[in-house]
Write a protein that binds this ligand. Structure first.
Ligand code: HEC
Length: 118
């Protein structure tokens, strides 16, 4: 009997939580459509350009080669990220990261994606 009552109370709490989440996601996509799309595109470019060949984001990627980029957005701003991708050695003469050829639009998308990783 007691177990059933607790079960119901928990169920309603979970329900409330999910509704809140759905509302937040809906609001987020309504107000931030453009950056949201760029982040998605940037995530794709990151894979296509082989960034995972040297970097990790979370548990994905190559360990021990270069910096983990899981929280790069908290460390570097969008302006730095864009200029870094355009030419790492122009930002830091001792940089080991190669200059990676990609379109300006792709570079902007990757920079926006990275800057969302906080
Ligand atoms: C050949 C290996 C290699 C590849 C491929 C590579 N990187 Fe890097 N990256 C590095 C290394 C090494 C560093 C550390 C700084 C340095 O010495 O260049 C670095 C640094 C960075 C930084 C700066 C981190 C900081 O804390 O300042 C960013 C951002 C970054 N890489 C993003 C990318 C993205 C996006 C791609 C794909 C387009 C990419 N990297 C592909 C090797 C690589």
């Amino acid at each position: 009997m007691i177990a059933t009552r607790v079960g119901r109370r928990q169920a309603s709490r979970v329900g409330g939580c999910c509704l809140g989440l759905v509302a937040a996601v809906a609001l987020g996509s309504a107000f931030a459509q453009e950056p949201g799309n760029l982040v998605e595109k940037g995530q794709k470019v990151f894979v296509e350009q082989g960034c995972y060949g040297c970097h990790t984001i979370g548990k994905v990627g190559t360990q021990g080669m270069a910096t983990d980029l899981s929280h790069i957005g908290a460390k570097r701003d969008l302006v730095f990220l864009k200029s870094w991708l355009a030419d790492p050695s122009a930002q830091r003469p001792t940089a080991h990261m190669p200059k990676i050829q990609m379109s300006r639009a792709d570079a902007d998308a990757v920079a926006t994606y990275l800057s969302s990783l906080r």
